[in-house]
Ligand binder design. Structure first.
Ligand code: ATR
Length: 282
């Protein structure tokens, strides 16, 4: 843009290592432009060994940033170094959104809210069943398990190749979360209303295993947090078997909303033009 709106107003960042593939500058840049707000949002690469110094420069104001987003591999350290992490990020042990308020560095995690908002937008009523299956127990599954539990889903079956990782999540998130080895997939799918892929299987066109979704409830929803490609092999299989699907792009867009509102003072809208902008960039 290069106009005066960028040099006036709050400055925000997305940091990670590496950070060049982040789509967040496109999302926030779109909102700043369409809302006509002063401010800027930039990718700011910080190496792991420099991250603590970066946080100090945020806290003492010398960085000039009002706040920003944090992604891999800095989410855990961002949580630990923040002055005021909220309850959501404290339970996760990871934060993806930071902002300065009353001289303190606040932190939250918006991934779970993004996941829920995407389902609410694309498939209202997705939560009418009391049971969900989460496939995968890596870092990406945590905020989703927390959010699905907090939404009131009563049984959350976490199925993972390494069952120990699923057990750790059950310990962290409480008795509604039930850990299982990969072989239990068909059994736990019986009657479930939601299937969530949080594994990297099928990402970037990589092959995914053939899954049989037929044990799910007839009106179940299948969703994938992978969004490159938009229609993942798992979503394609689910559609071929007659199930409704929700792709993962909306989670990325909706998780950005709370941060934008904190730094720039207006709640932005996830609209079709924003979705089209990100798809065109893929
Ligand atoms: P992220 O933080 O992005 O979730 P991760 O921590 O590496 O990434 O987790 C990736 C998830 O995909 C894990 O659940 C992983 O299973 P393991 O915990 O057993 O490693 C799962 N995954 C990756 N490749 C897989 C494969 N070939 N078969 C089954 N599960 C796989």
């Amino acid at each position: 843009m290069g106009d005066s709106r960028e040099t006036l107003g709050p400055r925000a960042f997305v940091t990670g290592f590496p950070i060049r593939h982040s789509r967040s500058p496109l999302i926030h840049g779109y909102w700043l432009k369409t809302l006509g707000l002063p401010g800027s949002y930039r990718a700011h690469e910080v190496a792991p060994e420099a991250f603590a110094d970066f946080i100090h420069s945020l806290k003492d104001g010398s960085s000039g940033f009002a706040g920003g987003n944090v992604t891999i591999p800095h989410k855990e350290l961002a949580f630990r170094l923040a002055d005021k992490p909220d309850a959501l990020s404290s339970e996760l042990g990871a934060s993806n959104t930071l902002w300065l308020e009353d001289g303190a560095l606040h932190a939250t995690n918006t991934d779970g809210r993004g996941f829920i908002a995407n389902l609410d937008e694309r498939h209202p009523g997705w939560d009418r069943h009391g049971t969900a299956v989460v496939f995968g127990a890596g870092g990406a599954s945590r905020a989703i398990i927390q959010a699905v539990r907090d939404r009131g889903i009563k049984e959350i079956h976490v199925v993972n190749r390494t069952v120990e990782r699923a057990r750790e999540l059950a310990d962290r998130f409480g008795p509604r979360v039930r850990p299982h080895p990969a072989g239990a997939l068909a059994e736990v799918m019986k009657g479930a209303g939601l299937f969530i892929n949080t594994t990297s299987l099928g990402m970037d066109g990589e092959p995914a295993p053939q899954l049989d979704f037929s044990p799910l409830a007839a009106d179940a929803v299948v969703t994938d947090i992978v969004y490159v490609p938009l229609k993942t092999p798992i979503l394609t299989q689910a559609e071929e078997q007659g199930f409704s699907t929700v792709d993962g792009l909306g989670m990325l867009l909706h998780q950005a909303v709370p941060g934008f509102e904190k730094w720039f003072g207006q709640r932005p809208i996830v609209d079709a033009a924003l979705r089209a902008l990100i798809i065109a960039d893929m």
